[in-house]
Design a protein around this ligand. Sequence first.
Ligand code: FES
Length: 443
Amino acid sequence: MSRITITGRGEPILINYTEETSLLDAIIGQGIYLSADCAGRGTCGKCKLQLLEGELEITSFDRNKLTEQELEQGYRLACKAYPKKDCIIRLVSGRETDFKIITEHRQESIGYGKADEDYAVAVDIGTTTIAASLVGLESKKIRLTDSAINRQRAYGTDVVSRIKASNDGKRELLRISIQEDLLELIRRILHEAEIPKNRLKRIVIAGNTTMGHLLLGYSCQGLGSYPFTPVNISTLTLPYEEVMGSDYLSIPVTILPGISAYVGEDIVAGLLACDFDQAKNPCLLVDLGTNGEMAVGNKDRILVSSAAAGPAFEGGNISCGVGSIAGAICDIEINKEGNRLQTIADQPPIGICGTGVVALVFELLQSKLSDATGLLCEEYFEQGYPVAADPQGREILFTQKDMREFQMAKAAIRAGIETLVRCHGITFDEIDTVYLAGASAIK
Ligand code: FES
């Protein structure tokens, strides 16, 4: 057994480590969040940490994902690190507090209701983030909205990784993780709104089918392979304790119904919020997630579909990609003077989020730095297009591989939409309104 000192997150933390698990699993086991987009396969490079003292072998995965300079400076991938002796490490990858989703609403739905009214909390469990709103039961007004990262991200960024983790024996860990996140978020919302917990009368939850299964502790075996059969996707109302695993509240929790293994309760909620059930003309709803979900229809008929888009629209699998966090490049314009950037919260650039990727691809095409097939011009083919430098002076690049990731994501979504439009028997011109959802960021 060796002793690992973890620094970089406030006070140093000392853990006893045995070589049975990777350093990544040992760190997560301490309740510390670390980005691990590929769920420990060694392919995303997001779990890197820095060795300050001691020894950590350089693996082939390290050589693939890290530069010579980074290796010399002691950077290693946590998921492939198995320290044999005591060491001191510094965490450098994303922390959960970096994530903040935009939680603005139509103005008329926000505000204070009656002073003594009771409340419900409406929750959307996303694969990346969890959003929750405190809603007045009489006034129907949203008193407050807050969000938190879904710390299951430490088991992989996409639903397929979570399904795999669950099927590999981590079902209970995943369940506890989401239960803890929800409890923390609900407590925080009540505290911020200064509402005593006895005035919270109900919780309603939506999410994709996998998130629902993980929260309820269902087996994900049926979700991972053909014919993709969920355990249960009908509406459920259960006691708080049964869903959340805690006795903090004694109120009912309702889980909205899903549609299939890959079209979940969140799409049902989206269709309802966009009034598809009342629309005369066909509308299109697209949720640009890792699992892209889409619906085409109106009050008479709605068709839904999903496509494995990958996380490019959320900044995932992009070499310098980041989520929608402060400093993420969310818009870019290439002109003669160079790159004009917009970052979230006007912070110094740290990476590119989903809308930044979309804008960049458009600009590369417009300025003929890429051809119509997505091939970068010779000058940038090997090293990538230099977008900016981060505060440490490291280049933020957009590579040829990033372009291919984006193209695959876009193609998957496009294929889904085209199939739906064709099956519905309409043309694109007949679509009245397009609703876009997702964690791509802002523009
Ligand atoms: S490279 Fe370690 S989690 Fe992806």
